[in-house]
Each structure stands twice: as structure tokens, then as C-alpha cells.
Design a binder for this molecule. Structure first.
Ligand code: PEP
Ligand code: MN
Length: 339
């Protein structure tokens, strides 16, 4: 942490701030320039908010953080990439890309079975499907809940494919753990810190979706909650953020991919379905995400998007998904990855 004094600071104020930094347990490195005094507080600044409060002291101009506020999620702490093991032979974060695909919501046995078959046949890796759905309208379909979980479990057994589903609250963690291989935390819950702490105590991988108005730093702080709970199996998912643009449902922030890759060792995947909101843009953004360095994709697929109970307009038909998978294979090869 760097504490820069004002040009007008008195000697008394400078001495007082120096004394305060030392009293917080830091060594002080004092640099006296021609215009101002700058202190370096030497010691681990993370988790110590007291230093930032020095900005309120008379004579202090600015307090500047040097290290990132997240520790366990940071590349500074762990340089080598984390590979998350979903189970059933699927890993995320190595050379091989992971494609998560399936309907927005589990709707019926026929629907989830047909999608699972499509995913498996076209070389996808993880079946997604919401059983508990966070909907903007309380009158919209809220998901099949426990029945949906059972249908996911059936598809898992039938096709030998691991499943991911959203955990909306602490109360449903237990039943989801029994039926799914990976816990999804949705965009709307990314700063539900109690929920993050609870999934941090589980031993199943956690897929964290970026909130629609979450900065990259806040996103990583949410990951830090899960890691701090003892669960180091975290996957980050960029799914678009809210901007002034209305042509797409969200603005898919693909620059977040290289930024996250630089800042964290955790694997990063991209969801072009929620990122754009329109099925016709999913193919282009899937390819762009892989070219940007993503470790995988999450794509919504529905046998009959026109009849979907949620997110039909952004869902690919099975044959469209198959075509996108072929393209993904070519792009992956071009950037030195496998699928
Ligand atoms: C979903 O994956 O269906 C979903 C609700 O996504 P998000 O939380 O990113 O909106
Ligand atoms: Mn959806």
C-alpha cells in the first residue's frame, strides 16, 4: 500500500501518519521528494482495511493498493492454472476445451433426454439445465425444482454425461449435491455472500457466473469467498454485462477473458447465449470466445426453441448446435487447443 501525503501536509501530519502506519504493524518506507512525502507500508495488505482509512487523516492525499484484494484467486499466489475436475472424465482448464450445453430450464423427460443425446453425440461434455430458475417475473415458469433434478440425474445415467445446475439458495444445496456434478451460481446471486460461503464448504466444483453489473475485481472477490471456504474447484463464466446497448440482451465482455486469465489461475468459460440473447449470434461469439483464450463455453440448446418455457430466443436447435461444435473444433485447432 502506498500512502501519498499532500503537498501542503505539515511535518506534524507527516509524523502522525508514519506513526499510525507503524502502529498497524507495517514497516514504513519513507520517500521524501521535492514536492511531497510518500510512504510505502510494507507487509501483507490484504484483508487489512485499516490502511485505506488513512485517506481520512489530515494531510493524506491518496492511499493506493499495490496487491490485488483477492489472494487465493490470484496468479500472484498460484502461478500454474487450476484444472477443475467435474468428474466422469471431464476437466476444465487444460488444453482440452469443455463445452457445457443444454436447455435453460429442464422442462420434461423427453426434452432433457433429447438434448442430452444431442450433446453427447456432438461431442459436448457437460449437460446444463436449470431446475430452480431465477426469473425476473414471479409469474414466469420457476423450474421443475426437485422433479427437474431427478430428470437431470436420469439423463446423466442414461448418457454418461455430468450435469451442472443452478443453486439459488442455501436450502437447496443438499439436494442439488445429490443430483449434480457441478453447482452453478447465477449472475443474480454472484454477490450473495452467504450462498458463496456455503458452496465453498462443499466438495463439488462451482461454476460462478459474472453478475450483470459486476466488475472483474468484484467477480474475483466472489470467487475468493468460495476458495476461502476451502473449495478450490471454481470455474468463472463470463455471460455478458449490462450496458447502454439494446441490440443484444447483454454485452458479452470478451476482453474479460484475457484479463481474467492474467489475474487468476482459475479456468474461464464464456456463455454466448445469455451474452447476446439471440441464437443467431451464438456461433460467432462462441468462436470469438475460444480465440480470446476461453477454456470452454456454455451454450443453451433446446429441441424446440419456439416452445421453450425460458430463453427460447437464445437457444440453438440440436442441428445448429452440432454445426457450432464442428466450427468450435476448427477454431480450437487453430489456437492450439483440442475439444
Ligand atoms: C442460466 O444459465 O440459465 C442463467 C439463469 O444464467 P445467468 O445467471 O447468467 O443469467
Ligand atoms: Mn437461461
Amino acid at each position: 500500500m502506498i500512502i501519498s501525503m499532500k503537498k501542503s501536509a505539515t511535518q506534524e501530519q507527516i509524523d502522525h501518519v508514519k506513526m499510525l502506519i507503524e502502529s498497524f504493524g507495517y514497516r514504513v518506507h519513507e520517500s521524501v521528494g521535492s514536492e511531497r512525502v510518500v510512504f510505502g507500508a510494507i507487509g501483507d495488505e490484504r484483508g487489512k482495511e485499516r490502511l485505506t482509512c488513512l485517506e481520512a487523516q489530515p494531510g493524506v492525499e491518496k492511499v493506493i493498493r499495490i496487491l490485488s484484494p483477492y489472494k487465493l484467486a490470484s496468479r500472484e499466489t498460484k502461478a500454474e492454472p487450476t484444472v477443475v475436475n467435474i468428474g466422469m472424465g471431464v476437466k476444465v482448464g487444460n488444453r482440452k476445451l469443455a463445452v457445457f450445453a443444454g436447455p435453460c430450464a429442464v422442462e420434461s423427460k423427453e426434452q432433457i433426454m433429447e438434448v442430452a443425446k444431442t450433446i453427447k453425440e456432438s461431442g459436448g461434455h457437460v449437460l446444463r439445465g436449470g431446475a430452480f430458475k431465477p426469473r425476473t417475473s414471479p409469474y414466469a415458469f420457476q423450474g421443475l425444482k426437485n422433479d427437474g433434478l431427478l430428470l437431470l440425474s436420469m439423463a446423466r445415467e442414461e448418457y454418461g454425461i455430468p450435469v451442472v445446475t443452478e443453486v439459488m439458495d442455501i436450502a437447496s444445496i443438499e439436494v442439488i449435491l445429490e443430483n449434480a456434478d457441478c453447482l452453478q451460481i447465477g449472475a443474480r446471486n454472484i454477490q450473495n455472500f452467504q450462498l458463496l460461503k456455503e458452496v465453498g464448504k462443499t466438495n463439488k466444483p462451482v461454476l460462478l457466473k459474472r453478475g450483470m453489473s459486476t466488475t472483474i475485481e468484484e467477480f474475483l472477490m466472489s470467487a475468493e469467498y468460495v476458495l476461502a471456504g476451502g473449495n478450490n474447484q471454481v470455474i468463472l463464466c463470463e455471460r455478458g454485462i449490462r450496458t447502454f446497448e439494446t441490440a443484444t440482451r447483454n454485452t458479452l465482455d470478451l476482453s474479460a477473458v484475457p484479463v481474467l486469465k492474467e489475474k487468476t489461475h482459475l479456468p474461464v468459460i464464456v456463455d454466448p447465449s445469455h451474452g447476446t440473447g439471440h441464437a443467431r449470434y451464438v456461433e460467432a461469439m462462441s468462436y470469438a470466445a475460444i480465440a480470446a483464450g476461453a477454456d470452454g463455453l456454455m451454450i443453451e440448446v433446446h429441441p424446440k426453441p419456439e416452445e421453450a418455457l425460458s430463453d427460447g430466443p437464445q437457444s440453438l436447435r440440436p442441428e445448429e448446435f452440432k454445426k457450432v461444435m464442428e466450427g468450435i473444433r476448427r477454431i480450437a485447432q487453430a489456437v492450439g487447443r483440442d475439444v
